[in-house]
Ligand binder design. Structure first.
Ligand code: AMP
Length: 115
């Protein structure tokens, strides 16, 4: 078994862990982060377990990365005013804890954010 299939997001993709899917396409799903850090905090992930981080995804399938950005834009329009921050933690020393690539979509009242 590929190691990535053992992550919590692999279990969400397979349905083993149920989530409310905010958007589902053929290749991408989005759901609320369980520990929100902003008024809107949604995770956008590819269904494939092949990529541990955004570096691997960008190198192998830039179209899939572009689809994640497009889904984030749609969600920001639905859940906030359309503006958004997209964060990919890339590596444990950057705070990554789940090694199935995911975008953190943050939106809603971020004007006082530090970045
Ligand atoms: P990262 O630290 O970038 O790897 O982000 C992992 C994120 O996944 C964290 O923000 C967690 O709160 C979130 N998370 C972990 N388990 C779940 C879950 N079952 N459902 C939704 N979000 C989760």
């Amino acid at each position: 078994m590929h190691m990535a299939e053992e992550t919590v997001f692999g279990k969400i993709v397979s349905g083993e862990i149920p989530v409310e899917k905010l958007i589902e396409t053929e290749r991408v799903i989005a759901f609320h982060d369980i520990a929100p850090q902003a008024p809107v905090h949604i995770l956008v992930i590819p269904k494939t377990t092949a990529y541990a981080n955004v570096t691997e995804l960008a190198a192998a399938d830039p179209g899939l990365l572009a689809e994640i950005v497009d889904v984030a834009q749609q969600l920001a329009r639905e859940h906030a005013d359309g503006d958004f921050r997209l964060v990919f933690n890339n590596g444990a020393n950057a705070g990554q804890t789940v090694f199935h690539v995911h975008a953190h979509l943050l939106a809603g009242g971020l004007t006082e954010g530090s970045l």
